[in-house]
Write a protein that binds this ligand. Structure first.
Ligand code: SAH
Ligand code: SF4
Length: 401
């Protein structure tokens, strides 16, 4: 029987889309899953890529090089751009190799010239939601509630790679939750680049795309206010949480990711009152320095962030918080970094993902600010924070306010 192989990098949104591709390959193409792309009979290979850091791109290039060597017997890479692609060994056994995800913004022609094994590039979310995901996690069902992002944090490639934010209709999401419940799932994790803004994006945003980039470079709190309708009454994300919690069989609801800039008070109240919502909240802060936060276009200050942390703990003292932090962002000084360290201590995170800043083509930071923090300094700051967040036994008890 012919087979397919999927390699997924990056976030849960990618994993979820890959699970829908698995259903597509099995239902529409009658293929069977292979555990390795080198297995005999593999006719379709999907590489679902991440591009948030350069290292993520590099992993995909290595895979494409390895596939080129295996199937075509050639070393591929930069030098091939100036030479015609080599003759294929035998087209009979060559798989159809498709790349999707955040690297799909790269030119297909250039990528194919460099990696002749590559057949096609398709944008993220091309498959839509018609196919139910083949859920790999036996405990929790991951369900996407929106695609894309409008936040335009100055370091981040996601809005360029995945496009403008588009919320799925609430009924579609609830239908997918019902299907997950029917298959025995009791825990749901809702996915979006910023779940708080679910259902609030203005629909005409796509046409006004070119305006964003400049305005976002200089805007500060409130972030891009004209891109969203102001929630009147219950914000749609809170409504969605209430609808899902009303299903008896659901015992736990998680969500990621929440951007602090529009973490509405109604959402805090809902988390406090609704114990089906997991007590762990992932709340990326990125930096503790106001100067750096502004340069990152995050739309909040350290004081806003700490006040949010206190409000969450006031809503329920058992709430625990995790975060994401970038070290070595453009022009970050020792004093800026000291502000991040002090925020980490004050916020009492229970864990955190620390990332070394990696300039990404297309982003505002890449265009406007030099990547001027030496790698050795970035590395040192990474170690200090990673140690503080993930290795030391800090006093991580919730702060009762
Ligand atoms: N939408 C999510 C994050 C998506 S990217 C949010 O806003 O939290 C996941 C994480 O990758 C980010 O939180 C950030 O810490 C990190 N990241 C994104 N771009 C980066 C870059 N250019 N360099 C280093 N880390 C980056
Ligand atoms: Fe990137 Fe910011 Fe959007 Fe998160 S909210 S995906 S960090 S632009």
């Amino acid at each position: 029987m012919a087979k397919y192989f999927i390699k997924t990098y990056g976030c849960q949104a990618n994993k979820n889309e890959s699970e829908r591709y698995a259903t597509y390959f099995e239902q529409e193409l009658s293929l069977q899953e292979a555990s390795d792309w080198r297995e005999d009979g593999v006719s379709e290979i999907l590489i679902n890529t991440c591009s948030v850091r350069k290292a993520a791109d590099d992993r995909v290039y290595s895979l494409l090089r390895a596939m080129g060597e295996h199937f075509l017997g050639v070393k591929s890479g930069k030098n091939l751009t100036r030479r015609p692609p080599p003759a294929r060994r035998s087209s009979r056994h060559l798989p159809h190799v498709v790349l999707t995800g955040c690297m799909s913004r790269y030119s297909e022609a250039k990528m194919k010239a460099r990696y002749p094994i590559l057949s096609q590039i398709v944008p993220p979310n091309s498959l839509g939601f018609a196919y139910q995901p083949q859920r790999k996690d036996p405990h929790q069902a991951f369900i996407s509630i929106s695609n894309g992002c409008n936040s335009f944090c100055s370091y981040c490639v996601v809005p360029y790679a995945r496009g403008r934010e588009q919320s799925r209709p609430m009924n579609d999401i609830l239908a997918e939750v019902a299907q997950a419940v029917a298959s025995g799932f009791t825990e749901i994790t809702l996915l979006g680049q910023n779940v708080n803004s679910y259902g609030l994006e203005k629909k005409n945003i796509v046409e006004r795309k070119t305006d964003f980039r400049l305005r976002d470079a200089v805007s500060n709190f409130p972030q891009n206010p004209d891109q969203y309708t102001k929630p009147v009454g219950i914000p749609p994300f809170v409504k969605l949480l209430q609808e899902i919690s009303a299903i008896d069989a659901i015992t736990k609801i998680r969500f990621m990711t929440s951007n602090p800039w529009d973490f509405h008070d109604e959402l805090i109240a809902e988390i406090g009152a609704n114990k089906k919502i997991d007590r762990f909240i992932h709340l990326p802060v990125q930096s503790g320095s106001n100067r750096i936060l502004q340069k990152m276009n995050r739309g909040y200050t350290r004081e806003d962030y700490l006040s949010l942390v206190h409000k969450l703990r006031a809503a329920d003292p058992n709430i625990t918080i995790g975060t994401d932090i970038i070290v070595g962002f453009c022009s970050e000084t020792d004093a800026d970094f000291a502000d991040t360290v002090s925020l980490v201590k004050e916020a009492r995170f229970i864990m955190g993902f620390v990332a070394i800043y990696s300039p990404r083509p297309s982003t505002l930071a890449h265009k406007m600010f030099p990547d001027d923090v030496p790698f050795a300094v970035k590395k040192k700051r990474f170690e200090i924070l990673d140690n503080l967040l993930n290795k030391q036994q800090l006093d991580k008890r919730p702060v009762i306010v």
